[in-house]
Design a protein around this ligand. Structure first.
Ligand code: GTP
Ligand code: NA
Ligand code: MG
Length: 302
């Protein structure tokens, strides 16, 4: 629809890289450094995706799921979740097999990459060597005359992490990310499970439209009205605009990770759609409502 009013949305970012190169340390630092005053220590639950609001008022949503799994699930379902991939490479190590895998996943999904050369506080750190190894793979960073942004960082000390975040925002500006907050929500399920006491819980990422408490959605073979929504700080919220991750209650089952969801206005249509899909899956011999994780999808496709 060419006439719809599109507004800028914040970027959705995945952090990828080889084992122990510092992905979790980087996410942890970003999260802690951007905790809103009065909310220190307020991260009470893990929801697989979270939004940080930077001091300049802009927001970035990070997918807190091992990057290659997010990409695998996404590809398996044809959904696109990530706008930007940050490839973390320990500068005291080298471009490693999972670094190459991360790069090829991002390239296959046509997702722009930013390189973070981590652990520059360490004695053996040699970012120039890493840039050389990347160049041998035809990946040239900007200071080697190429198109890829890169940043030397220490996730452990928080060194230059702000500069990395600025580069993410710059990339986001170049991508000119837009969404229409005035329509019914659509997006992707990040993870879902059956929670003792709360019923089915799903962490979803709203990619377009706005999700409101009480809205009816369908995701795969499941449907339901959003009974309650929570942000990553376990605070109730009643509205989730584009690029917002939220944990929702109210679905009648746990959709598979990477499954898309969509707003429905008509209850019987929603129910019919979900039930028809469940029927098809049953006929295909896939047990209905089985919860499968991103990890499992990755393993099955490996
Ligand atoms: P996996 O999830 O296991 O793949 O690892 P990861 O990429 O999440 O790495 P993680 O953040 O767990 O860091 C691995 C180790 O490197 C930990 O002992 C960190 O403390 C250490 N580390 C991470 N970043 C830095 C850094 O900037 N400097 C130094 N010196 N150590 C770091
Ligand atoms: Na680790
Ligand atoms: Mg980790």
């Amino acid at each position: 629809d060419k006439d719809e009013d599109l507004v800028t949305r914040s970027p959705i970012v995945t952090i990828m890289g080889h084992v122990d190169h510092g992905k979790t340390s980087l996410l942890d630092y970003i999260r802690q450094a951007n905790v809103i005053a009065g909310e220190a220590g307020g991260i009470t639950q893990h929801i697989g995706a979270y939004e940080v609001t930077l001091k300049n008022g802009r927001a970035i949503t990070f997918l807190d799921t091992p990057g290659h799994e997010a990409f695998t699930a996404m590809r398996a379902r044809g959904a696109k979740v990530t706008d930007i991939a940050v490839i973390v490479i320990a500068a005291d190590d080298a471009v490693m097999p999972q670094t190459k895998e991360a790069i090829s996943h991002a390239q296959a999904a046509n997702v722009p990459m930013i390189f973070a050369f981590n652990k520059i506080d360490k004695d053996g750190a040699n970012p120039e060597k890493i840039k050389e190894q990347l160049a041998a793979m035809n990946i040239l960073v900007e200071d080697w005359g190429g198109k890829y942004q890169s940043q030397e960082i220490s996730a452990k000390q928080g060194l230059n992490v702000d500069a990395l975040l600025d580069k993410i925002l710059l990339e986001s500006d170049l991508l000119d990310l837009k969404a229409n907050p005035d329509k019914g929500a659509s997006g992707t399920v990040i993870e879902a499970s059956l929670d003792k006491g709360r019923g089915y819980v799903a962490t979803i990422l709203v990619q377009n439209g706005t999700l409101r408490q009480g809205d009816l959605i369908v995701s795969g073979q499941n449907y339901g009205r959003v009974k309650a929504m929570f942000n990553e700080r376990n605070q109730r919220t009643e509205i989730a605009p584009p690029s917002t991750p939220v944990l929702i209650l109210g679905l009648n089952g746990a959709p598979q990770a990477g499954e898309t969801f969509k707003f429905y206005s008509d209850e019987s249509e929603a129910k019919d759609t979900a039930n028809r899909r469940a029927q098809i899956l049953r006929e295909q011999g896939i047990r209905a409502k089985k919860h499968i994780t991103l990890d499992e999808i990755g393993r099955r496709l490996a």
